[in-house]
Design a protein around this ligand. Structure first.
Ligand SMILES: Cc1cc2nc3c(=O)[nH]c(=O)nc-3n(C[C@H](O)[C@H](O)[C@H](O)COP(=O)(O)O)c2cc1C
Length: 247
């Protein structure tokens, strides 16, 4: 059991309601992890429709619902993946995301957390941090949606402001939770934003929309599910101050 699961399981539920529903929701949220290896088991179109049908109940400022989703499957997904891989292998310097995901200089504590991510992630794959070829090989797996049978491409209208990106994040999290409730795993992927020009060749993305991220959806390899989350989380006390509460 991962440490986050232990922390949640150890809590006394008597002070909060919800019973079974609470346990199920907690389990799905804490059981989600970024899956980077999927089986070829198909996911029916209806399941993705159901997931999106639930995810659309995400809140959004003034209820503007700023999400757009392109669902890729079958041979079309393979074709898009091939084109993305080719662009990545042959011309990666000529492609650029339309937005900046990370701050150019990450301040602490984020820099240390990113370094820890690199150590844990590449360590788990047996890739040395200095092995640039090995790391590039791992990055390229993003473009095949890590073998998942379904890939989403999520876009937002570029005329909207940063608040709408908050709404979009809630929608994407809803997608991942609803997928988790159906025994599926997911991986949110900002890497797709870099190749928006390639994606536009295949998808009817209007000029005013920006590619924000992709989401791989499928059944994770059993060993990934049983080993659980690799990435730790800081304790609640590290990011929270309670004000006006008794102990
Ligand atoms: C918006 C967003 C974009 C991400 N982009 C990528 C990506 O391009 N490729 C990837 O392998 N993981 C990506 N991740 C996954 C993160 O690395 C992962 O969520 C983080 O390390 C925590 O691990 P966990 O989700 O397994 O708990 C992304 C996550 C988010 C939320």
């Amino acid at each position: 059991m991962s440490s986050s699961k232990q922390e949640v399981a150890a809590k006394d539920p008597s002070h909060c309601g919800g019973g079974e529903g609470r346990e199920a929701v907690d389990r799905i949220i804490t059981g989600r992890f970024a899956s980077r290896s999927f089986t070829s088991r198909a996911v029916p179109k209806q399941t993705i429709e159901d997931i999106l049908d639930v995810a659309r109940f995400a809140p959004s400022g003034a209820n503007i619902q700023p999400w757009n989703v392109y669902v890729l499957g079958g041979s079309e997904k393979e074709e898009v993946s091939r084109a993305l891989l080719e662009a990545h292998n042959k011309a990666r310097d000529q492609h650029k995301s339309e937005y900046q995901y990370y701050a150019t200089e990450l301040p602490e504590p984020y820099l240390s957390r990113r370094n820890q991510f690199g150590r844990l992630f590449y360590g788990s794959l047996g890739i040395e941090q200095a092995d640039l070829v090995g790391r590039a090989g791992q990055t390229s797996k993003n473009y095949g949606f890590f073998g998942a049978p379904v890939g989403l491409i999520v876009t937002i209208d570029r005329r909207l402001q940063v608040g709408s990106w908050l709404d979009l994040g809630m929608f994407v999290q809803n997608v991942m939770i609803a997928a988790g409730a159906r025994g599926l795993q997911t991986c949110p992927q900002e890497t797709f934003s870099k190749y928006h020009i390639v994606l536009r060749e295949f998808l009817p993305i209007p000029a005013e929309q920006m590619v924000v991220c992709g989401v791989s959806i499928g059944f994770a390899e059993d060993e990934l599910v049983s080993s659980g989350r690799l990435m730790p989380r800081v304790a609640v006390s590290e990011f929270t101050r309670f004000i006006g509460f008794e102990d």
